[in-house]
Ligand binder design. Sequence first.
Ligand code: GYE
Length: 306
Amino acid sequence: NDEQEGFNLRDVPSGPIVLGFSQVGSESGWREANTASIKKAAERNRITLKFDNADGDQKKQIAAIQSYIAAKVNVIAFSPVVETGWDAVLRQARDAGIPVVLTDRLIETADESLYVSSIGAEFASEGNLAALYLENDYEDTSGHINVVELLGTRGSSPTKLRTEGFRETAARHGKLRVMDSETGNWTVAGGEAAMKKLLRRVKKIDAVFAQNDDMGLGAVKALQAAGKKPGTDVRIVTVDATRAGLTALAAGKLNYVVECSPEIGEQLMAVVVDLFFGGQVQKRVESQKAVFDSDSAADALPDRTY
Ligand code: GYE
């Protein structure tokens, strides 16, 4: 008798679980750690992983997803480089009976049934926290605080939602003023170039909201080149909390870092296994979050895994 609690073992597919995963690219320390987490968790869970790196190109991601459909993988997961333009390929996956999981980033669609689950961080709340902590820093200062923003790739969900979250909190309290913004495409070099432009455009900059650590580290370089002391003359708040970010924070070059954990591999594999065995999965799985200042960064660094 193979009936167990209404679960029919005859329906369980045999053979290894095959997951097709399409990654955004290798733009940041966060992304490298995310890729490592997914590969490691697949191995640990004995899941056969087909992995493709899209180098920031949506067309490549769509081609990878189509190749996974053709290969009849059990589950497809991907981190969408931009929010829009996924409906057609996701319908192809649905027609083939392959469940799709979004990791890290979100998509914009009128049909939420095109994916079964999404795993990642609440990007708007990261923006809220970045504004809140920066603002607390200036509690005893009168007048406005001029902030410039270093944005991630345009059209991606973390860029949009971190911007919204930061501006919403800033507007509620009225102290922080976002004077200007520039995209740094999530990279150190992009952040440095963007910061240089902002230094030319905005006369008085009190603080920087960099939407990831790498761009914040780029801003540190640009400020130093301009003869300013990052963390002191200009305060910087970033998101991610990679080892590089926390090291700069502990050294006083950054002022706050909001954690967005890239280590979502185990959470993804748990969902993949449940899908494989026909179980129910949660529509939304949230990743880990914390906020670091200089002291807590120093405490966290010895055990930091990414
Ligand atoms: O913050 C950034 C990256 O989508 C949350 O993408 C992710 C972002 C992360 O490359 O560093």
